[in-house]
Design a binder for this molecule. Structure first.
Ligand code: CP3
Length: 370
């Protein structure tokens, strides 16, 4: 689906949030430099975050809205990025869906009594109200208030497949055996599960928008585990259903990893911006996603090398984008916890500096003066 931004009023175009480089890039309007933000920009690589976490367990940090907002804003100030992402987690929504969630040290998230049979799907509650997640919306409100007025705030949720994989596997997985088996052997239960998740996710994202998010990202982090035929059959209609329900005028970033074989199908599901990882060249991905903006795609491990290399690799991605309107720089996946902070800051500076000094799209799509 093509989502239309031409309805933005002239007043909206003067709004510092709507005219920020990030929002302009989402709409494929030209910008004087390439905007950048980083997945997991608030996290353990940051000394301030680690010291906060010594006192506060992760789930508590998510649920204490003042702290979550503070962490959100802190990352932006420390890095100089062009957008904030609300500090939360993809799995918070499983609690109101009826599942017990725990973050164990070392093992990552655990979902107790996961879905294993078609009958288990009946345990997934309809999220008739998003009230149990009020602490997220409150964090969005507080972060929006505390952020500079030209820094957009991104809300997010997991996409139906990635969320389903956690509910079925009970945690992280390498081969997704339970997920794919349920998907293939009980079509009725699978589509029922995915439909319930899609309805819940759309409500959740729209409530984040209402609370003050300017854009939303759907993380389909593990969808690259599927081939294109399975993606189309079992996932595409449900992701599309989420995206179609998002409040009009709010850009949607549709992100996945390992999607080199799925890009056409993934883009058909929707999204104004398609997020890609480093397993594909950006200039080969872009023609395959249709008339959309693109986000990516530096390998997060590049940040462990020396600064000259970080700069060189960032420059190589900017070369591939050729200054075309609609590129948002990001990593291909989240910042790793051991990443040296100074390299993250240097990356942001390098992208700003290199992109502003090279030729840029002068913008055939630039709106005519009123
Ligand atoms: O990007 C940001 O800065 C916003 C915050 C954010 C977190 N999780 C905080 C977090 C976002 C956008 C997420 C998304 C998320 N959560 C995803 C999709 C992103 C991706 O990586 O593809 C997934 C799969 C999850 C589920 C999750 N949460 C896992 C698998 C883990 C454990 C792995 C890990 O990195 O520890 C978490 C925990 C988590 N979520 C942490 C943070 C900062 C680390 C918790 C800690 O402080 O110990």
């Amino acid at each position: 689906m093509e989502r239309d931004f031409d309805g933005l009023k002239p007043s909206a175009q003067m709004d510092p949030l709507q005219s920020s480089p990030f929002m302009r890039a989402c709409r494929r309007e030209p910008t004087s430099y390439t905007p950048i933000w980083l997945m997991r920009q608030a996290g353990r690589y940051m000394p301030e975050y680690r010291s906060l976490r010594e006192r506060v367990p992760f789930l508590d940090l998510c649920k204490r809205s003042e702290l979550a907002a503070e962490v959100t804003v802190m990352a932006v100030k420390r890095l100089g990025v062009d957008a904030a992402i609300i500090f939360a987690d993809l799995l918070l929504i499983v609690e109101p869906l009826g599942f017990a969630l725990e973050y164990t040290k070392g093992d990552g998230p655990v979902i107790h009594h996961p879905i294993r049979t078609g009958r288990d799907v009946e345990r997934v509650r309809e999220l008739s109200t998003v009230e149990p997640l009020d602490y997220v919306f409150r964090a969005v409100e507080l972060a929006r208030r505390a952020l500079p007025n030209h820094i957009p705030l991104i809300g997010f949720a997991g996409a139906p497949f990635t969320l389903a994989s956690y509910l079925i596997e009970g945690g992280a997985s390498r081969n997704f055996i339970h997920t794919k088996t349920l998907m293939r052997t009980d079509h009725g239960a699978w589509h029922e599960l995915m439909s319930r998740l899609a309805r819940a996710l759309a409500r959740y994202l729209n409530a984040q928008i209402k609370a003050g998010a300017q854009a939303v990202q759907l993380f389909d982090s593990w969808v690259g585990a599927l081939g294109p035929d399975d993606y189309r059959r079992y996932v595409l209609p449900h992701t599309r259903a989420v995206i179609e329900q998002i409040t009009p005028g709010t850009p949607v970033i549709h992100f996945g990893t390992g999607t080199a074989g799925l890009l056409e199908a993934l883009s058909e599901a929707g999204g104004d911006v398609i997020g890609i990882d480093w397993r594909i060249r950006l200039d080969q991905a872009w023609p395959r996603i249709g008339e959309r903006a693109i986000m990516g795609n530096l390998d997060p491990t590049t940040l462990f090398a020396d600064l000259a290399l970080v700069r060189q690799e960032a420059g190589a991605i900017l070369d591939q984008a050729q200054g075309r309107a609609g590129h948002i720089f990001n990593l291909g996946h989240g910042i790793l916890p051991q990443t040296p902070m100074q390299n993250v800051i240097a990356l942001v500076e390098a992208v700003h500096e290199i992109s502003s000094s090279r030729p840029r799209d002068i913008g055939t799509r630039m709106s005519a003066p009123e």
